[in-house]
Design a protein around this ligand. Sequence first.
Ligand code: ZN
Length: 285
Amino acid sequence: MIKTLLIILTINTFIFANINIAVSILPQKTFVKAIGGDKVSIELMVLPGNSPHNYDPKPSQMKNIANASLYFAIGVEFENVWLSKFSNLNKSMKIIDLTQGIEKIAISSHSHEHNHHNEKHEKSSAKDPHIWTSPSNVKIIAKNIYDALIKADSPNKDYYRQNYNIFMKNIENTDANLKSILSNSNGSKFMVFHPSWGYFARDYNLVQMPIELDGKSPKPRELIELIKEAREEKVTAIFTQPEFSDATAKVMANELKIDVIKVSPLSPKWSENLINIANAIAGQK
Ligand code: ZN
């Protein structure tokens, strides 16, 4: 009896087509895997260690795009350049916008005014693409993924539903953990090289202070000003991410005698990653 059941279950996973899905960044792979389980295979475009702001896919990745039936877009810069090329390559591939229903905020820039405003500076009202650093956003992303999967593979609706419910609980637990870790950190300021944590900061009443200015390291004069600002604001740690140079952060940290903490918003361990950064922020007093 059990044996027959096992055989039926094994056959079933072959009867129902696997969905081939392409995604831009690693956290998406985590989210899609959580809901799609073994019914999906996922092609990651921006490979680990690279920045989704300026990634060029490899020829082998372009080839794999031809086998994808869905592309989950998350609004990173890389997609502005490449999505249309992917579409041309695979006309039957459906592009699903995972940012649907998410309200984007302006990307944070230096809080102080610079007296040399140029054209690039005015662009700092651009929207922040790093939406996945907020559990409340990830809930919306998860719902968008779930909706697309049940549409693409309705016979496995119950399977996706079950995984989706588990994942939603996981997100809620992460959120509750973050709230408790950060319960005494209201208004805490943390310095970052690249402003990846805007939505995280918004959700937990924190202030993100970016070092990078319009995608560039600060000039010596700006650096002096930043160090002054960090001292005034009593910043006690600087976060950098492996996708960017931490040379400037190291200079600053050395000057301020504080720590540089490397943490990537592109980590596949999405939940643990947020808990780690919260602990680092809560630990600085
Ligand atoms: Zn970024």
